[in-house]
Write a protein that binds this ligand. Structure first.
Ligand SMILES: [Zn+2]
Ligand SMILES: [Zn+2]
Length: 538
């Protein structure tokens, strides 16, 4: 049995479950970042009710790699599942840091599995298979069951010169294929890319050329977790006689975990912000977070002038990353600020300064040929990616493909693979310290307040049930501005007129609410939320 509780029909929030003989294993437990349709909310988590209800049947949680869309929900949801975690050393280092931040060290059992190692979980035998990705230790997992083997790729690419870690071995993948693979559950992110992802090593020449021709300070922004990219940037700094300064907490964290688990050992020593500003400009290379336009990350604060590091005319900023769809506006804002400062901007459009971590079509086809699966199940994609991936597989010798979405319970064996049921799925939001349903009252109310504003109406009521004074009206976020006092007077009149004793309290409250809202619509064309309170005056 296979069911995704996240990540199928969206890019983000990956949660995959495999079931066999009454037991389950979970592969990945990720989160997604909220867009502005969730006001005041940053993180979105998967709703795990389906597995929480049968938590005693969950034999373990296997984590493929350390990206947020694969491990990000662990600090919020893993404790309740009471299931042990399994990850390779670098990923485990990142998870340990997250658990510690939430005070969960020891509450959640975290097991470290060597790269290439295997574990037994109920009827499943799970082996980690080293692949390349844009973070150290991207792993596929081979899941052996009495009904056949499943190869779950995680996020992957083929990189023969990955800069960090060894290149994935085609021989290992062919050997997995020789054993027979019932289903290949595979990354669909770049199924529309005709070109292969490209090697991390190839980025070096592009970056070196751009840094070498720069005369002022150079700032390179990239994803903090891309340790191989950090390695390449460090190497370019050495080759161009620049000293490295890093800006951003996530960069410090990754550097710490990477060095503790044996990576980035020869990364150049770091200089402080002070030193970076004191040295001649041509001797400084800054690595900063914030390449997706996040206003509070290092690059956003540097361009906004609220950081100790400053950029001035003649400096260069290199975006060594891809624009994640949805972030175009935020990144555009940063680029405009940079151009106001007369800073030169280099992106992957001007130079080869980035490669993707996900497989393009040629790599997907190569994977089918190595693993030779009976069935392909596309995951890690929106609906259009999943469908295109199924078409690609069927067109390249894979006999069957199952296009599923979050919540579809798919039976892989015995018999023909097919959807046999639908299970509950959904999204939760982390709002402050509270986890809530994404479609619940809090988010809905906040959205409505955001769109139309709020008006509170307080009605003083005497013992005789009549108004014992003037209604008090306060608009919040209603566009009345300098007409505010006139509007309040008009709305107060409307509320007073609508209050006609004789009806029950609910009916009275409703007529006042409608009268005040009608008044607000007349004044502004908006329909704000109106909250009426009746206060008994003794
Ligand atoms: Zn990833
Ligand atoms: Zn991912």
């Amino acid at each position: 049995m296979f069911v995704a509780l996240g990540g199928s029909g969206e890019i983000g929030m990956n949660v995959n479950l495999y079931g066999c003989r009454g037991q389950w294993i979970m592969v990945d437990l990720g989160l997604t970042f909220a867009d502005p349709t969730y006001p005041g909310i940053e993180l979105i988590l998967p709703d795990l009710e389906f597995i929480e209800d049968q938590q005693e049947r969950l034999a373990g949680i296997v984590l493929t790699h350390g990206h947020e869309d694969h491990i990000g929900a662990l600090p919020y949801l893993a404790e309740e599942l009471k299931s042990p975690l399994y990850a390779t050393p670098f990923t485990a280092g990142l998870i340990a840091g997250k658990l510690e931040e939430e005070g969960l060290t020891g509450q959640v059992k975290l097991n470290i599995v060597e790269r290439g190692g295997s574990i037994e979980l109920g009827p499943f035998r799970v082996s980690f298979v080293a692949l390349s990705h844009s973070i150290p230790e991207g792993n596929g997992v081979l899941i052996e069951t009495p009904f056949g083997n499943i190869f779950h790729t995680g996020d992957w690419k083929i990189d023969e010169t990955p800069v960090i870690g060894e290149a994935p071995s085609p021989d290992t993948l062919k050997a997995i294929g020789d054993e027979g693979v019932l289903a290949l559950v595979c990354d669909s992110t770049n199924v529309f890319q005709n070109a292969p992802s490209g090697s991390e090593e190839s980025v070096h020449a592009g970056l070196l050329a751009k840094v070498a021709e720069a005369r002022g300070r150079v700032l390179v922004t990239t994803f903090a977790s891309n340790a191989a990219r950090l390695q390449t940037i460090g190497r370019v700094a050495n080759e161009t006689d620049r000293k490295v300064c890093i800006a951003g907490r996530s960069l410090e964290r990754i550097l710490r975990v990477a060095q503790a688990t044996g990576y980035l050992k020869d990364f150049p020593p770091l200089i402080s912000f002070d030193e970076a500003m004191r040295l001649p400009k041509s001797e400084v290379l800054i690595i900063a977070t914030g390449g997706q336009g996040e206003p509070r990350a290092a690059l956003g604060r540097i361009t906004g002038g609220t950081h100790d590091l400053k950029l001035t005319e003649g400096d260069t900023v290199i975006f060594s990353s891809r624009i994640i769809p949805g972030n175009e506006v935020a990144i555009g804002r940063i680029m405009n600020q940079l151009s106001d400062l007369s800073v030169r901007i280099v992106t992957e459009r001007q130079a080869h300064v980035h490669v993707s971590g996900h497989p393009g079509r040629p790599e997907l086809i190569e994977m089918y040929n190595w693993v030779r699966p009976e069935i392909v199940i596309p995951v890690h994609g929106e609906a259009r990616h999943l469908r295109e991936h199924a078409r690609l597989a069927l067109g390249h010798g894979v006999p069957k493909a199952v296009v599923q979405e979050n919540g579809d319970l798919v039976r892989l064996a015995p018999g023909e693979p097919k959807k046999v049921d639908e299970v509950r799925v959904g999204r939760l939001v982390l709002d402050g310290d509270v986890i809530l349903p994404a479609d619940g009252a809090t988010v809905t109310e906040r959205r409505r307040i955001g769109y139309g504003g709020l008006i509170t109406v307080a009605l003083p009521i005497g013992e005789d049930g009549k108004l014992a004074g003037t209604p008090l009206i306060r608009p919040f976020g209603v566009p009345v501005e300098e007409d505010r006092e006139d509007f309040i007077a008009d709305a107060t009149d409307a509320a007073t007129r609508a209050y006609t004793p004789g009806k029950d309290d609910d009916a009275l409250r409703e007529s006042v609410r409608l009268a005040v809202r009608r008044c607000a619509t007349l004044w502004t064309g908006k329909k704000p939320l109106v909250e009426v309170m009746m206060l008994q005056i003794a």
